[in-house]
Design a protein around this ligand. Structure first.
Ligand SMILES: Nc1ncnc2c1ncn2[C@@H]1O[C@H](COP(=O)(O)OP(=O)(O)OP(=O)(O)O)[C@@H](O)[C@H]1O
Ligand SMILES: [Mg+2]
Length: 312
């Protein structure tokens, strides 16, 4: 059994299977503290654990030379992006620079005309070329869509379903969980994002921040290998934004692999392992938050950051 996680001091917080916290023992093994696994699986030997160093060698999402045009509009002009297990990659850039398009290409909501996508070890296989290019293997699409959850700016909850039903629908229909299992897990996840008391409410009865947290719970219910967030806080008032930021930060601390598009530079600084600045469909600058925000090289990024700071 292999576990992925993020080391936080002597603790390793593992997200697959979810919500396992392991404590490093003096003898170098890890002991299960909080778990959804039977205790018989612990303690784990060092070789079974993906510690930070080993995680750095475990690619989960790998996009190589992605090109995407809409008609004559070339939106992505050759983008490389890699997220290893437990890594948080933050994408920033001005409106129209191609951030959403890149996320949509990553989970095959859009088909890129050129480039390779590797997800959790699987290289997506294509048929056709250019505008006629399509994923060739339906199983790969299903795996990618169900294991690479996406959270959108506008929440996209189903208005005719209760919050709990929104969360349980896909685990029942896609993962094959039975209703009671899915509901138990759904309630846990809604409690985890701080809206446990809203299970029976409908989306229209929730604030924007609560709706976005329900959408995050819905994404988590699929036990994703990785998550994509497209401006998850930009439709929210600052007060409600804080609630969602708190949830995203806790997911980052759990060691989840995430790509986050955001206009919130503070969130970017706080959660990113790697920041990418997109400009007109190309990566203009990338690096650690310290490099990108503390030692900005590109003039365009400097302008973007000063404009963003001025707006907030
Ligand atoms: N389905 C589409 N058909 C045609 N053009 C599109 C489509 N989707 C996006 N575009 C264009 O591609 C460009 C990049 O759009 P995208 O939504 O990726 O930008 P973005 O960086 O996410 O911007 P924002 O910060 O405003 O969300 C824009 O010029 C947009 O008009
Ligand atoms: Mg966008």
């Amino acid at each position: 059994m292999v576990l992925f996680g993020k080391c936080v001091r002597d603790y390793l917080v593992v997200c697959r299977p979810p919500q396992v916290v392991l404590r490093l023992q003096p003898d170098g093994t890890y002991f299960v503290l909080l778990f959804q696994l039977p205790i018989k699986y612990g303690p784990f030997g060092k070789d079974q654990i993906y510690t930070k160093d080993k995680m750095a060698e475990t690619p989960i999402i790998s996009l190589k030379n992605i090109h995407k045009s809409f008609g004559s509009l070339e939106v992505l002009k050759g983008i490389d992006l890699h997220a290893n297990a437990g890594e948080v990659v933050v994408l920033i850039g001005s409106s129209g620079s191609g951030k959403s398009t890149l996320l949509r290409c990553a989970n095959l909501l859009e088909v890129c005309q050129q480039g390779d996508i590797r997800f959790d070890g699987d290289l997506i296989v294509w048929k056709g070329t250019g505008d006629r290019r399509k994923p060739a293997n339906a199983k790969q699409i299903i795996k990618l869509r169900s294991k690479l959850s996406m959270v959108f700016q506008q929440f996209n909850l189903w208005s005719h379903l209760s919050v709990l039903d929104n969360v349980t629908e896909a685990p029942i229909s896609v993962l094959g969980l039975d209703k009671s299992q899915a509901e138990e897990k759904g309630r846990e996840l809604l409690a985890k994002v701080g809206i446990g008391e809203k299970c029976d409410a409908y989306p229209a009865q929730l604030s924007g921040g609560q709706q976005q947290r329900a959408a995050i719970a819905r994404a988590l219910a699929m036990e994703p290998v990785a998550m994509l967030f497209d401006e998850p806080t930009s439709a929210l008032d600052p007060e409600l934004e804080a609630e969602v930021v708190k949830v995203i930060k806790s997911l980052a601390n759990e060691g989840r692999t995430m790509i986050i598009v955001t206009h919130d530079m503070k969130l970017a600084r706080d959660v990113a392992d790697h920041v990418i600045f997109l400009h007109q469909g190309l990566i203009e600058e990338e690096g650690t938050p310290d490099e990108v925000f503390g030692n900005t090289k590109s003039e365009r990024l400097k302008q973007f950051l000063s404009a963003t700071t001025a707006q907030h």
